[in-house]
Design a protein around this ligand. Sequence first.
Ligand code: ZN
Length: 270
Amino acid sequence: MRGSWLVAMRGRGTVMSVVCLVLLLSGCYAHAKASDNAWHELKGKHFIIAFKSDSVDSSEVLRHAEAYYSSIVKLLGFRRLDNFWLWERRARIKLYASHQEFIRETGAPSWAVAKANFRHRTIEAFGSSALFLESRLPHEMAHLIFREYTGFDGAIPLWLDEGVAQWCERAGSRRPRKPLREWIPLRTLTRMDVHASRDARLVRLFYDEAASLVQFLVEVHGRDRFARFCRQLRDGKTLDGALRFTYPKTLSTMEQLEQQWSAWQLAGGS
Ligand SMILES: [Zn+2]
């Protein structure tokens, strides 16, 4: 089983910037304090936040996580996941005090900034900075929710997995997106292991294109169909097979999807 590493991409000197989703939760959580080197827990409805440093604002992390949980499930149309992570099924967010500690304790590569373990419903990261709350947290949560819905064994294309996470991460941004003037052909995108690439420009293009494709499928062709499409992949259909089954009249092949998506985004759709 492969987890998900979130990489801090600094393409052309900029970190991927995302504006936070609106925080909807107004419930009060006691602000838990860690006064020693032991792990402490703050428990919410769907999440348990584990931390051992006073520098981690666990109540803010919990508040954001609960808000993202609702908004991501709604955004993707994965209705059966409403109130899914309860009690012993709560997801766990484990926060180390620093990047250094995160790398040392998880064995993650030095470029990784967060790690999601789908099977254990766990996110590991560090700190509670604005960057974490507004960008890394929704990205990793979207990975967990997507895998909760599609399962762990189906042949899910990496671009779809990362596209869902990236689109959810940027969902709160009001900044208009520029159309992609160039893109990776969909069949190539589907074969690509972006996690192994060291080409920053290609990596950025992969994520931008993947997010735009997911946005196109959800916003133009509807949440319910998108959820059905994901279920076909979960049940073992190939990408072509899932497209043919879900969108028989409109996007029945990868070529049709690429052609319609590219026309849509060039016209300013995303
Ligand atoms: Zn990711």
